[in-house]
Design a protein around this ligand. Sequence first.
Ligand SMILES: Nc1nc2c(ncn2[C@@H]2O[C@H](COP(=O)(O)OP(=O)(O)OP(=O)(O)O)[C@@H](O)[C@H]2O)c(=O)[nH]1
Ligand SMILES: [Mg+2]
Length: 291
Amino acid sequence: MIKKIAQGLKRVIKAGRTDEEFLEYLEELLIEGDFGVSVAGDVVSEFTNSVKNMRKLNRKELVGKLKDILKKDLLATSIEPEKNKLNLFLVFGVNGVGKTTTIAKMAHYYMQNYGLKEVVLSAADTYRAGAIDQLILWGERLKIPVVHQSSGADPGAVIYDSIASAKARKAELLIVDTAGRMHSRVNLVKELKKINKVVISNLLDGAYKKILVIDATTGQNALQQTEIFNEAIGIDAVVLAKYDSTAKGGVAAAVSKKLKIPFVFLGTGEKLEDLIPFDINVYLDNLLDIK
Ligand SMILES: Nc1nc2c(ncn2[C@@H]2O[C@H](COP(=O)(O)OP(=O)(O)OP(=O)(O)O)[C@@H](O)[C@H]2O)c(=O)[nH]1
Ligand SMILES: [Mg+2]
């Protein structure tokens, strides 16, 4: 999906606006595109200081300049599974953002790209009816085991079992699905804190990563979600899911800049293969339609 910011830039550059008009419009475009007020303000002041008479620059030069400025705000990371250890990825986020799908994609990605053979999934979303079956189905497609109990079971108990089972299998990676739906946000955070404790006290010499999934179509709301989860248990990396479904998509810049948390993957569709490492250049080239 072509992003609004790229379209807007094409329009304003073609119209040959004055510097002042261009900057005003650019700020609007950035805010509308979910980059957030802080990124928008910074971009405009950097532009003001460094470029005079924007009409003299062609589209490629102007967009390139914008890319250079935005690059400074973005953070990306990759998560490498540690060798000869049980790696545990705890995946969390509010309801419907794409957690369970992302978990299946990640299992696929790590088997394909890191040659992992023993990957186990853990169905610790015991809250939503159907959540366990959804993960079991992914497990069948991926031909990997899914540790689960019955619906309504204590997620901590599921994780305890999952760690024991993964260790017994000498698994390299255990990915834990968690509930996004709770009676309230407060309960969701409380539950996650409990889960975090269970992981810490049972994983011991394993490698633990806390991965938040946000939905690119929810805009600045995703920034607030990241803030809440980060305060609750800390976040190692964020996955920006449903990037294919939005014309905006700038929220990664807002999160990176404000919270200093890096992005690890971009979700680009509903299929197993639709997960790509978060590469700042690829991301910005797509947002700004740089070919
Ligand atoms: N287009 C698109 N759809 C996605 C992507 N990731 C997930 N989805 C879809 O989003 C919907 C919700 O995905 P789930 O993985 O069930 O989300 P969840 O966060 O586990 O949801 P709950 O368990 O209910 O909290 C499904 O229809 C997915 O196919 C993506 O990157 N792109
Ligand atoms: Mg789910």
